[in-house]
Unconditional design. Structure first.
Length: 184
């Protein structure tokens, strides 16, 4: 005989997922000397998920992106971004074959190896902390195996330094992902 507490705990608590992510920055800047564009990227992503309750989980994602930087539509340099993101997700239909979810959380952007040719070598992009929102759906393939479609928006209000002047460089990427996950 199953108790109420035992029935409530009858779900898989841990999950790991790999996704292919299309990263599309939605950049804006206060740098008026040139039009600044940051290229899109496609990357592998790894996430870990833990279910506190059957319908409530937290997800930590990790991936690294590389973006070309264009000034006035000409290649000028590049930057790498490490954006670890932690979200809390609500799964209204958890345990079903099709299980949508929504989430909200925080992200930190760590730019590194940022370079612009022909610009003062002090060019850099600063770290930023912002919010993250996500929505997606898991499709159960079999007992512990899932196919996943996911969308995230990361608020990334960074600053860039050119010479001795700081300018806003809001990257605000949209992340579109597909992948597979395993729960245990």
């Amino acid at each position: 005989m199953t108790t109420m507490a035992g029935a409530a705990d009858d779900y898989q608590k841990f999950g790991v997922r790999v996704r292919a992510i299309y990263v599309k920055p939605d950049e804006s800047t206060t740098f008026k000397a040139a039009s600044v564009k940051v290229s899109d990227d496609i990357i592998p992503e790894l996430d870990l998920e833990y279910f506190f309750l059957k319908n409530l989980s937290t997800e930590l994602i990790a991936g690294v992106t590389r973006h070309d930087i264009k000034l006035n539509n000409s290649f000028a340099g590049s930057t790498w971004l490490l954006p670890p993101t932690l979200t809390v997700k609500y799964h209204p239909l958890a345990g079903n074959t099709i299980s949508p979810y929504v989430g909200f959380g925080v992200n930190v952007i760590f730019p590194f190896n940022s370079k612009i040719s022909g610009v003062d070598p002090s060019f850099r992009i600063d770290n930023s902390v912002g919010w993250a929102a996500q929505a997606g759906v898991d499709f159960k393939i079999k007992d512990s195996l899932y196919f996943n479609i996911d969308y995230k928006y990361l608020n990334a209000d960074t600053k860039m330094t050119v010479g001795s002047t700081k300018y806003d460089l809001d990257l605000n990427p949209h992340l579109f992902g597909i992948g597979v996950g395993y729960r245990f």
